[in-house]
Design a protein around this ligand. Structure first.
Ligand SMILES: [Zn+2]
Length: 248
């Protein structure tokens, strides 16, 4: 036998039309990382999958693993459809960015159950806060706190406690992707300015739960986003879409 059945929890990261009635899905799973799967006939009106294979669904999935690269979806039960976030443009956009970040940063089959849990928690938070006034999880601060936790899970968390070049603990004024964290005034060549607020936000976000997003000004969040971007560019050759939609 060269094929077998796989049962796993999964979050649908992306769903792309394929052929006449099929979809190709990117799923994120706790123990198989990112999985590509095909759902046959899912776009027909009487598909047994209903609308369960849309992005942001958390599922119990049954997959058939054959010789090909893609697994085939043979069953799917909803754990959480996150129905409320679908009715809130801001939450929906934040969910899309969260799934995109996970899919790109963790695109292999390497297992990261912590990342799966983090994504589930972020989607549940966005769902819980949807429909109300703009809340932390769907804002830029929430998105950046989530990304910092992804960096940590990927082994790319920036050094924040001391200068990443020389170990100095005072006068930490910049951030360097090449050095891998904050840098002091003597080592600042090649870095950009990172203020105290941005530094404090990063330290706090890494130490707290996703439900407890630290506050920071827009300029400070801009510095945090840049620090995450240079870290990813330098250490993973990766660029993510902006953490939040441009306002206005
Ligand atoms: Zn230094």
């Amino acid at each position: 036998m060269s094929s077998r059945s796989v049962k796993t929890e999964a979050v649908v990261l992306r769903s792309m039309r394929y052929g006449e009635a099929d979809r190709i899905l990117h799923l994120y799973t706790p123990h198989r990382g990112r999985v590509g799967a095909i759902a046959k006939g899912v776009r027909r009106a009487r598909s047994r999958f209903g609308g369960r294979l849309e992005p942001f669904f958390r599922l119990h999935a049954e997959l058939h693993e054959g010789r090909g690269e893609l697994l085939t979806v043979t069953g799917a039960q909803t754990v959480d459809g996150h129905a409320r976030l679908r009715g809130d443009a801001r939450a929906l956009d934040a969910a899309a960015r969260a799934c995109d970040a996970v899919g790109r940063l963790f695109e292999t089959s390497e297992p990261h159950p912590g990342v799966f849990n983090l994504l589930c928690r972020q989607l549940a938070l966005l769902d819980e806060q949807a429909g109300g006034p703009p809340r932390a999880a769907s804002g830029r601060a929430g998105a950046l706190a989530f990304r910092l936790k992804l960096l940590l899970a990927a082994g790319l968390a920036p050094q924040l406690g001391a200068c990443a070049s020389c170990g100095e603990r005072e006068h930490l004024v910049g951030f360097s992707g090449a050095a891998g964290g904050v840098v002091c005034a003597a080592c600042e060549a090649g870095s950009f300015q990172l203020g105290e607020d941005a530094h404090g936000f990063m330290t706090a976000a890494l130490g707290r739960a996703l439900t407890d997003v630290p506050a920071a000004s827009e300029p400070a969040l801009g510095q945090v986003e840049r620090a995450i971007a240079v870290t990813l560019e330098h250490h993973a050759h990766l660029r993510l879409m902006p953490a939040a939609a441009a306002r206005g």
